[in-house]
Write a protein that binds this ligand. Sequence first.
Ligand SMILES: [Zn+2]
Length: 61
Amino acid sequence: MKDNKENCPFCNADLQGEPIPVEQQDSNGATHFSRKIGIYDFEKDRTIKWQCPDCKGEWNR
Ligand SMILES: [Zn+2]
């Protein structure tokens, strides 16, 4: 099982969210939702950064 535990690089907040119900877990093996916020770049058509919901710090993927 993949360890998807994460912490904010700025404030070290725990970014692991609620557990995902087993019946909703998909093939990527994630067992918890993530609290980090994806910053989407429409020109590049992909998520380019993550933002911490606590300190609002941003970091590159
Ligand atoms: Zn943070």
